[in-house]
Each structure stands twice: as structure tokens, then as C-alpha cells.
Design a protein around this ligand. Sequence first.
Ligand code: WQD
Length: 332
Amino acid sequence: MILLTGGLGYLGSHMAAQIIEQGHEVVLVDNLSNSKIAVLDRLSQLTGRDISFVKIDVRDKAAMQEVFSQYPITQVVHFAGSKSVNESIQQPLDYYDNNVNSLISLLHVMKEAQVKTIVFSSTAAIYGEPESLPIPESARQAPITPYGRSKQICEQILQDFSNAEQGWKIAVLRYFNPAGAHSSGIIGEVPNGIPNNLVPYIAQVARDERPFLQVFGNDYNTIDGTGVRDFIHVQDLIDGHTKALAWLSTQPQAFEVLNLGRGEGVSVKQMLDAFSKAVGHELPYKVVARRDGDSASVYADASRANCLLGWQATRTVDEMAIDTWRFYEKLA
Ligand code: WQD
């Protein structure tokens, strides 16, 4: 049985759908701080299955020990965490407490339960301003926000823990820019409050919930002056997770860090144009000042994941826009 922490979140819910469809048993935990209990019903609607869910903060060791005693867990995917770059600058203590202490608490409970396989959600934010492109896993790490630094600390904890223990199977997956939604349109990304990330913001403009997209700068040294990112469809990202779990199960012990990106830079304007095409009309935008902390261009060298896992992102930017819009169009 696979435990998904953050199981009702954007990535967690898409992972739950995929592994249930693959015939695996799953149990979800989530503290609902950045997700909605309604997602559980949507997952049941999507999979036709009742799904085990426990409302828990992963830092609650006793509650997590209870979950491990109740369910025959064999592998863990640890999605739970805070992930807003801007918010982390305003609330560093919350970010270090949530992201770092959740991992430490989880590893203690897993060790007691002798469950030794974990896939960890990390991020491209760990690289900071890239020195060269595309970015390999060996690139310099220079995170510039508490969010990125909290994930860097977590990676170091996992490395040190792996060195100290026997038989642990650990995969650290560095996400670039997740986007898109399940092709059914039943689950997707629904951020709380005003979205920090580009794609959900564009989706809200498309729904007339926002008057226009603020484009944070068009004077970068990029194809059209707007920021360039490695947008990767959430389904491709989840495929990377299921392949990582499968690969870990073939290893006696492992510690691997892998980039999950498409390996192609796409600009803000190109993403906006893809969305306008999906929606069927031009979406309004205004160019404003650059956002602090933004890089001009960020995109992955994902060849290591391709080589080790036989994984390759296949879905296009148009598919990300179409799938996102199909989900948002249906949202009440
Ligand atoms: C993308 C581009 C903005 C909003 C962050 C995290 C990273 C990962 C993905 C978790 C930039 C521009 C954005 C808007 C805009 N998260 N933009 N107007 O900052 O690349 O990465 O989310 O793993 O760790 O750092 O994503 O979507 O915020 O920005 O012009 O309203 O869109 O300037 O060029 P980012 P983003």
C-alpha cells in the first residue's frame, strides 16, 4: 500500500488517481491547509473507488504512527509541504517548520515502522539563478528563497539519513513548473486565494475572475522578452513518480536526485498564447515590473531521469492549456 502525504493537493490527487487506476492500494493524508476535502469525492468519482483518507498534519507523530499501524504501508510519496515562493519570503519560520519538520517526523515514523521507500517532492527552486542552461542535477545550488532553502535542507537530511541507515530506497524529484490537469477535467489545481503561479492565474483570467494577467517584465533576454520556464504537464510529472517507485523497488538501497522537466523553455507569452487558443479568444494582459527573485530562463536537463527510469515528458504546452481549461471551465 502506498501512502501519499499531501494526497488531496494538486500533485497528490493526480498521483492518487494514477496509482489507483494502476491497481495499487493507497491511503491519503492531508491537513487541508492548501487543499479541499471536496477533492476526495472527485477522486472517488474519477476512480469509482472509496479512498482511505485521514486528516492529519504530518508533523503529528502520534497520528502518523497510528496510520502506519492501521494500514499495510510499504512505500511513501511525500508531497505535503508549503510551496509558494512569495509566501515563504513573508513567512520563513512556517516554511522551515512545515517543510523540514514534516520530513523529520515522517522519517522517524517510517523508521519505527520499518517502511524504507520514500519519493520526496523537491524543486527547481533549489538551483536559484542558473549559471548555464539546460540545468543538470549537478548544477550549483543557490536557492534564493526560504522555500528553495527549505527543500535544500530536506534533500541534505535525506542524503545524511541514507548514509546512516541500511536498505533505504530514496528518490528526490526536482520539479520544474507543473501545469495542466487530469484529462477528465474532474481534478486539477485549485490554489487558495490569489494564485502566485502563472497557469492558475491565467485560468482565472479566462474565467473572468481576474481582469487581466500581469506579465512580470518583458525586457528579459529571451525569445520575446518574457520569462522562460520549463512547464511540465502534471500527468508527465506523475508518470515520473510511478516510474521512480518502480525503479526503487528493484534496488537493494538507493539515493537518487532527478530533474523532472520537459527540457524545453517556454515563455510566459507563449503559455498565454496557448491558453488563448484553448479558450478560443485573446486573453487580456498588461506588462508590469519584473517580480523580485525571478530568473530570466529556467529549464531542465532531464536526461538522467530518462536514462535511469526510461521516463520522458511527452505532453505539449497546448495540452497543458487545453487540460487546464477543461478543468477550470467546469469549476463551479
Ligand atoms: C512562472 C513565470 C513569472 C505569475 C515557482 C517555484 C517552483 C515551482 C513552480 C514548486 C515567471 C511569470 C507568473 C504571474 C507572470 N514550484 N508570471 N505573471 O516562479 O517559475 O516557479 O513555481 O515546485 O519551485 O519557484 O513559477 O508560475 O510563479 O512563474 O508573469 O501572474 O511566469 O515572472 O517568469 P516560478 P511562476
